[in-house]
Ligand binder design. Structure first.
Ligand code: 13P
Length: 234
């Protein structure tokens, strides 16, 4: 069983989601399927697909115009939320510290956080990939986690670029994350790989040790692209 999560980013309409949920509901798969959609589309999903948000506020409530709290997401029936996505770190100034606050609020409201970590191209070129990943995991995850969380490794330079790290680079990153989680008392936490996952590379990526699933951007928008990823693994 693998976890196949889609991130629609700022794409799609409610009718697109209705169609996708209907199409995916016919799939015979043991994989866990999650779609992280814009706030206006949040709902309870169906028997085959769970729904997640793409971010939450680091505050519980109050004068934070435009923000959405973990509690608000939870009351839509959504079960997950991405936190610390590369684009939120780049455009909204999320840091490991704010990601940790958001993860705490997600857990307090019964949401499973999908906590993203990964290096930028500058960090990669400076030889800091492993240090950025390890500090991302150690600093973004709350210390008192005693329930399900998911971690996603997203090499930030590869997102939407049609680029992927080599299988050995992915293996090295995921082994580091698994070992770090184990050291934090969180052995067994699923770790997803995300960046330029497509139907033609999904099976190979998910055969790499410590890759428990994928977080898919562009290729999750159309069922013709998403279904081959879901069915590429048992
Ligand atoms: P792409 O699959 O489009 O590279 O996006 C990856 C991503 O950001 C998933 O969260």
């Amino acid at each position: 069983m693998k976890i196949i999560a889609g991130n629609w980013k700022m794409n799609g309409t409610r009718s697109d989601l209705t169609k996708m949920l209907c199409t995916l509901s016919n799939l015979d798969t043991a994989n866990r399927i999650i779609l992280c959609v814009p706030y206006t589309m949040l709902c309870g999903g169906n028997d085959v697909v769970s729904i997640g948000a793409q971010d939450i506020s680091c505050h519980t409530h109050g004068a934070f115009t435009g923000e959405i709290s973990a509690q608000m997401v939870a009351e839509t029936g959504a079960k997950y939320t991405i936190i610390g996505h590369s684009e939120c770190r780049a455009y909204h100034g999320d840091t490991n510290s704010t990601v940790r606050q958001k993860a705490t609020l997600a857990l307090a409201n019964g949401l499973i956080p999908i906590i993203c970590v990964g290096e930028t191209m500058d960090e990669k070129q400076a030889g800091k990939t492993m240090a950025v990943i390890e500090s991302g995991v150690r600093e973004s995850i709350p210390s008192d986690v005693n329930t399900d969380i998911i971690v996603a490794y997203e090499p930030r330079w590869a997102i939407g670029a049609g680029l992927t790290p080599t299988p050995s680079e992915i293996a090295e990153a995921h082994t580091l994350i698994a070992n770090t989680l184990s050291d934090m008392g969180l052995a067994g936490t699923p770790v997803l790989y995300g960046a330029s996952v497509k139907g033609n590379n999904a099976a190979e990526i998910m055969s790499i040790p410590h890759v428990d699933g994928v977080l898919v951007g562009g290729a999750s928008l159309k069922s013709d692209d998403f279904i081959p990823i879901i069915t590429s693994v048992k």
